[in-house]
Design a protein around this ligand. Structure first.
Ligand SMILES: Nc1ncnc2c1ncn2[C@@H]1O[C@H](COP(=O)(O)OP(=O)(O)O)[C@@H](O)[C@H]1O
Ligand SMILES: [Mg+2]
Length: 402
């Protein structure tokens, strides 16, 4: 059950910080960019994705600090081949040090530092509200280009607020129904939490959100955008803020433990569900294959081998960060645009002559396409597209004839 009210127990040091700083705006200037990684369910590979993403960023020459914020089950240090951390997040929370930089430790990976969680510390998972706010504030102050935050399983306010505080928010899921379902629920709780915080002083909006938040929508079957329309009709400023908040919530999805490429369709299903039922844009960033050597790699404390030099997983993470974080192939999109259409061709309702190709899993070129942007208009020039399709056709005919 989600507890919606926090006990706000600010310390003197934190008193000057307003509560709204939880979901801070994207960082600017020289502040570290914070990437938060969650997924609701335990054991789906959030920690493995955090480690892999951070390693890929460090290998690309960026300064990265990983923060193990799994308050109930810290284990990132083990994945990185470090035992018995000398300093942990607990020292910061207990105010034995003033900054997170003071509890940052070097790792065997060049360019990658770690703020270890505190494994087995009784009560750490129940940190106070002001302690959580302080931690969130200090994440951006770390001396790094990127701070990657590994968030524990669950959907309590600790996990949700930590997740929502990221400049970039990533959800991890496995291609299996329970994980997909829990990931959807996590996103739902996160968007409602964000909207509730934004409208904490508006009784009318809080009441509207309350009515449509239960899973069965027994009291209110309207979608969030319909609620937004009602708010807009009553108060334009509130309405604009509502839609702005909804559009700004743009989590990314990484699938993990994928055995077969076909399984990535589960990611597509999750995207469509979040788009249609929650009106949330969920960008699909890619996937990590199941790698049977991972348990042995962790046991033998060989973190470099998690993304072994020639492995496909390494290539996937490198291209993921190049495409989405380092600005190559950057794309701009209309806020609120539908991200995934299970269509290859798209026709405008009022203009039957206007047809565009939409990037989709159903495209025959999808598997090898360097421009993969599911749901967006295809960026490949028409001629090149037809030529590649033609070549593929010839190849198929040749294979059949052989
Ligand atoms: N891509 C993968 N291939 C094989 N095993 C994996 C993969 N990702 C994670 N694992 C294994 O799954 C287990 C759970 O992963 P972990 O990252 O600790 O999950 P979480 O942080 O979500 O609880 C670990 O034993 C880990 O070694
Ligand atoms: Mg974990």
């Amino acid at each position: 059950m989600i507890q919606e009210t926090d006990s706000i127990a600010y310390s003197e040091e934190d008193a000057e910080q307003s509560e709204t700083s939880v979901a801070s705006p994207p960082s600017t200037g020289s502040q570290a960019k914070v990437i938060t990684v969650a997924g609701g369910k335990g054991g789906i590979g959030k920690t493995m994705i955090c480690a892999s993403l951070s390693m890929a960023l460090a290998q690309a020459g960026l300064r990265v600090t990983l923060v193990d914020a799994d308050l109930g089950g810290a284990n990132l240090h083990t994945v990185l081949g470090m035992y018995m951390p000398a300093k942990t997040l607990h020292d910061f929370i207990q105010r034995r040090v003033k900054t997170l930089d003071e509890v940052t430790m070097p790792t065997p990976i060049e360019g990658l530092k770690l703020v270890c969680g505190a494994p087995g510390v009784v009560g750490l998972a129940n940190i106070q509200h002001w302690e959580k706010l302080k931690m969130i504030r200090h994440l951006r102050k770390l001396s790094a280009d990127y701070v990657v935050v590994d968030i524990g399983a669950g959907m309590s306010l600790n996990e949700i607020d930590l997740f929502n505080s990221g400049d970039i928010t990533i959800v991890v899921a496995n291609p299996e129904p329970t994980s997909i379902q829990e990931c959807y629920n996590f996103l739902k709780v996160a968007i409602f939490r964000r909207l509730r915080r934004e409208f904490s002083d508006s009784f009318t909006v809080q009441e509207l959100l309350d009515r449509c938040k239960d899973p069965s929508h027994a009291n209110d079957r309207r979608l969030l955008t319909e609620i937004g329309d009602e708010i807009m009709a009553a108060d334009r400023r509130d309405g604009v803020l509502f839609f702005k908040t909804l559009n700004a919530f743009a989590p990314k999805l990484i699938l993990n433990r994928v055995f077969d490429y076909q399984e990535t369709r589960d990611g597509l299903a999750l995207q469509i569900a979040t788009q249609d039922l929650l009106q949330i844009k969920l960008d699909y960033w890619g996937y990590m294959s199941y790698d049977p050597s991972i348990p042995q790699v962790v046991r033998a404390a060989r973190p470099h081998d998690i993304l072994a030099p020639e492995s496909l997983n390494r290539q996937r993470f490198l291209s993921m960060i190049r495409k989405y974080l380092l600005g190559e192939n950057i794309r701009y999109q209309r806020p609120g645009a539908r991200m995934i259409l299970p269509l290859l061709y798209h026709q405008k309702k009022n203009d039957p002559n206007w047809v565009s190709r939409i990037c989709s899993l159903q495209c025959q070129l999808w598997g090898n396409c360097p421009l993969q942007e599911g749901g967006m208009p295809c960026r490949m020039p028409e001629e090149e597209f037809n030529e590649k399709l033609g070549r593929l056709g010839n190849l198929k005919t040749q294979t059949l004839a052989a």
